[in-house]
Design a protein around this ligand. Structure first.
Ligand code: HEM
Length: 749
């Protein structure tokens, strides 16, 4: 690796050897510090939906359409049309999405920031975004970069002849690279087989490694969006490429048909760029000189643009009509016999043997080239399932067009979350699609404040011997299980919909199904008897699950003599099993949830790191995470009802005991043998008498210097009320994370 080769080593602003360099294994909290209001130049109160309402969408569309064919001398358009380039920009922006952790995707405008802005696979997209700048400048904050990049690709496709399924605005820009995303641990970009060891768990066999691709990664190499166009590890093996494609497109939530539609549909447009060797190409944006102003890959061969352009190094033209929607990709794929050749730029590609030169040159009118393909395109012929689908698309162009249109919509909107976030005139009017996690529209009236008080009373009345297993702890773990299934990355999950009562959430280990059943049974009883007495009003189970948590927190605060009122906004609805994508919801199952003291680390991440990961997916900051863990322990809210980490002799009351006792020097902690330092015994320092047990999540709050500093605030003598207030605020935040229906689009990250 040649990390950190700078001409000057700074002795100011973050220079010098840092804590993270000295102690690389220390828990890193940076991810919880990102996206602070203070870093947002639009201010913390900026609401994108309100700003977007000022936008004249039709005028924006006209501007994009004009730009598409307004070739600029500093970066001339192939065929006088930027359509292909804009589609690739949109696709590479959306295409980083991976469904395992929901991270990546177009939603935050991340392509502007490093490292994505400088990935080899994103070469020349700096030009695409710079072409858009005058339009972005014209509309300012009324259109986010995240939306503009996607809409530019969308409009380009429609302008080139394919009406699309729909488009929603609503992606809110962020102002830094996402610190939470794991892109792999190689120390070289792209990497060779050796540096890919990590990603493939030791396997260098290109025909067998795909399935080993480290989770949650969605690409085969560092610096690529999906797969190597020249084949796995650069080896022109289409059959092996097919395996990589299935793994990576699968990680993004695309099935075989969607995968073939996307590749064939995308490569209907534009061309690839490999006119000159890589030796002429300057550094990527993040390494380029300050005078280049954020542009990179300066090409020093002649004009360096147009007929001399180099992006991938491959020089392919897929179809006879690169600026029009057609079926020609599949026609060429099936009708030609391709042979391996080298591009002028030195890359491997495939050329149609003995075919006529029928594919137009981008800059010389009347000049034509032979049909060409990438190794990854030929993969579609070297896999039975891909082959059959490709053949169907070849023979039924209308079906191909329809499938591409629908899948392009999914590609661009997969990480947008609830439909209430969709903005603009092109939002599809029809029935929501399964991957959109539909919620039924209801006609009944929502419960009011009086009902809320009455329902809380009804829930609490069931506590005690009347309902064994129903208690403060189980009400809390149930409400938490529902609400904390939300992840800010793709905004799926959350309490709305009441999906914790449906599969697969109902069976998540972290939800302790047996315990959960008791609580759901009790809440359904309350629901039934309330709804039976109503004419127009109904209470949803989803609302009752959250309300159960509210009632439990309020009771626990009363019992701790710190009465508090927990904010609650009704209006959640219950969805159905049919409207729940069981397969992809399974990804929401937590591997560990430190808040409920569930699970532990693995070979790749320690238990406390998984806590921080979960906190980041809940968009919590450091104090919020800390106060929630301490408060959940005081409430006895372990997933299994155990006493691990419950550092109090009065569990079920909302006291700051956890922090007081954690910080108390009279307890000594020792690892419990045989638990691989996951479980610890706390004993009286003088007598040696056992007092508590605790996990890594509990102890990290006293061990990590910054977390300890926060714990000290909550463990102070006069901190009880502050602790209760902060806990309630953080609790209510988590409960409403998915409520874009009541909150607007301000909070996005
Ligand atoms: C261009 C690879 C999937 C849309 C390219 C280029 C490569 C590539 C190497 C050439 C870049 C350049 O030199 O300018 C791949 C691979 C894919 C894939 C390996 C997956 C196996 C897709 C998908 C779409 C798409 C799913 C869109 C739905 C495009 C477009 C261009 C392009 C429109 C032309 C860009 C231009 O005209 O400047 N692709 N691609 N690709 N790709 Fe893909």
């Amino acid at each position: 690796a040649d990390f950190g080769k700078c001409p000057i080593k700074s002795n100011v602003v973050g220079g010098g050897t840092r804590s993270q360099d000295w102690w690389p294994c220390a828990l890193n909290l940076a991810v919880l510090r990102q996206n602070a209001d203070a870093s947002n130049p639009l201010g913390g109160d900026f609401d994108y939906a309100t700003a977007f309402a000022q936008l004249d969408v039709e005028e924006l569309r006209k501007d994009l359409t004009a730009l598409q064919t307004d070739s600029q001398t500093w970066w001339p358009a192939d065929y006088g049309n930027y359509g292909g380039l804009f589609i690739r920009m949109a696709w590479h922006s959306a295409g980083t999405y991976r469904q395992i952790d929901g991270r990546g995707g177009a939603g935050m405008g991340q392509q502007r920031f490093s490292q994505l802005n400088s990935w080899a696979d994103n070469t020349s997209l700096d030009k695409a975004r710079r072409l858009l700048w005058p339009i972005k400048q014209k509309y300012g904050s009324s259109i986010s970069w995240a939306d503009l990049m996607e809409f530019a690709g969308h409009v380009a496709i429609e302008n080139m002849g394919l009406p699309l399924y729909g488009f929603a605005f609503g992606r809110v820009d962020t102002w830094q690279a996402d610190e939470g995303i794991y892109w792999g641990s190689e120390d070289a970009m792209y990497g060779d087989a050796d540096s890919n060891r990590d990603r493939y768990n030791g396997s260098t066999d290109i025909t067998g490694r795909s399935a080993l691709l480290e989770k949650p990664l969605g690409a085969t190499n560092m610096g690529l969006i999906y797969v190597d166009p020249e084949g796995p590890s650069g080896q022109p093996n289409p059959a092996a490429s097919a395996l990589d494609i299935r793994t990576t497109f699968g990680r993004m939530g695309m099935n075989d048909e969607e995968t073939v539609a996307l590749i064939g549909g995308g490569h209907t447009f534009g061309k690839t760029h490999g006119a000159v060797a890589s030796t002429y190409i300057g550094p990527e944006p993040n390494a380029a000189g300050i005078e280049l102003q954020g542009l990179g890959w300066h090409n020093s061969f002649k004009s360096g643009v147009a007929e001399y352009a180099r992006t991938s190094g491959i020089e392919v033209i897929w179809t006879r009509t690169p600026t029009n929607w057609s079926n020609d990709f599949f026609t060429s794929l099936f009708k030609n016999n391709f042979t391996l050749v080298e591009s002028p730029g030195g890359a491997t590609q495939w050329e149609a043997l003995g075919a006529n030169a029928s594919h137009p040159d981008p800059f010389v009118a009347g000049s034509f080239r032979k049909p060409t393909m990438l190794t990854s395109d030929l993969a579609l012929l070297h896999d039975t399932s891909y082959y059959n689908i490709s053949e169907t698309f070849l023979n039924t162009p209308a079906y191909f067009a329809e499938t591409f249109s629908r899948t392009w919509f999914k590609l661009l909107h997969r990480d947008m979350g609830p439909l209430s976030r969709y903005l603009g005139p092109y939002v599809p009017k029809g029935k929501p699609l399964l991957w959109q996690d539909p919620l039924p529209t209801v006609s009944y009236a929502t419960i009011d404040n009086n009902d809320v008080q009455q329902l809380k009373g009804a829930i609490l009345a069931l506590l005690g011997p009347a309902t064994p297993g129903l208690n403060v702890s189980s009400l809390i773990t149930t409400a938490w299980g529902a609400a904390s299934s939300f992840r800010i990355s793709d905004k799926r999950g959350g309490a709305n919909g009441g999906r914790i009562a449906l599969q697969p959430q109902r069976s998540f280990k972290a939800n302790n199904p047996e315990r959960l059943d008791v609580v759901l049974g009790a809440l359904q009883k309350v629901q039934k008897s309330f709804n039976a007495k109503q004419k127009k009003k109904q209470v949803s189970l989803a609302d009752l699950i959250v309300l159960g948590g509210v009632a439990a927190v309020e009771k626990a605060a009363r019992d701790a003599r710190s009465p508090v009122s927990v904010p609650f906004t009704p209006g959640r609805v219950d969805t159905t099993q049919d409207l729940t994508d069981v397969e992809t919801f399974a990804y929401l199952a937590p591997e560990a949830d430190g808040f409920r003291n569930y699970g532990h680390g693995n070979a790749r991440a320690r238990t406390e790191e998984l806590l921080v990961d979960k906190a980041s997916l809940l968009s919590l900051n450091i104090p919020e995470m800390t106060v929630l863990v301490g408060g959940m322990r005081a409430l006895g809210a372990n997933f299994d009802g155990s006493t691990t980490g419950i550092l109090t002799d009065r569990p079920g009351r909302l006291t700051n005991d956890f922090f007081v006792n954690l910080l108390n020097i009279s307890t000594v902690w020792t690892p419990v043998n045989g638990t691989a330092e996951e479980l610890f015994q706390g004993s009286d320092r003088v007598t040696g008498a056992p007092k508590y047990t605790a996990t890594r999540v509990d102890l990290i709050l006293g061990s990590h210097p910054e977390l300890r500093a926060v714990s000290e605030v909550y463990g102070s003598g006069n901190a009880q009320q502050k602790f209760v207030n902060d806990f309630v605020k953080a609790w209510a935040k988590v409960a409403d994370l998915d409520r874009y229906d009541i909150r607007g689009r301000k909070q996005n990250n």
